[in-house]
Design a protein around this ligand. Sequence first.
Ligand code: PEP
Length: 252
Amino acid sequence: MRKPILAGNWKMNNNIEESIELVKKLTRQEYPVDRDIVICPPFTALYAVGELIEDTRIKLGAQNIFFENKGAFTGEISPLMLKDLGVEYVIVGHSERRQFFNETDETINLKVKAAQGHDMIPILCVGESLAQREGQIAENIVKQQLLGGLKDISDAMASKLVLAYEPIWAIGTGRTATSQQANEMIAYIRSILSQIFGEDKAQEIRIQYGGSVKPENITDLMKQPDIDGALVGGASLQAEDFQKIINYQENK
Ligand code: PEP
């Protein structure tokens, strides 16, 4: 049984005060113990948020990582710095980073290894654009991202990994993949994971869906057999919405 994982990606939103306000609302509630909860604030709020979620069910995540430990890399944040802040999860290869910051499968692979090498769990994002889906090459694109991003990751390390299927056309657009479309691609991702790590490991790895997840569609998405959670952007900025998403009714 894979434990569902609900993660909030705050992106480049919320200053320290706003982050504290949001996290205080989130920590006021108890959540079902059968699921993991992660929030990924911007770097500038990680320390303050980390302090407030210590000893709660909510885990700290970062939105990016650099793959060197230290040195002349102006503007980058190292795995050691994230560890120092108590970060346990790191989003890697988000489509916005691929698109706006030219991240390649090669650098994403180095980031996956850097996170795992420092005992943090990468949430590796993959997903196709609308043109790629319409051109019927979505599976090829996702396969390429998986093979590149997971290159030379050992079977042992496969247990320290979360995947997120995020079709670019559904991110921040209000246009969600149907739960069937999401499940189909996630099942395909699992079949590729099985080729890479073997069937047993592939059955262990959690794969989230991301793309306009809201309180209104989470239940339906979580009904799908291969969907193990959600990576939530916009709706994770509203405490009430994110809480409703976390508290979806168990229904598999
Ligand atoms: C995301 O940023 O990973 C995301 C899925 O955003 P949204 O939920 O706003 O579509």
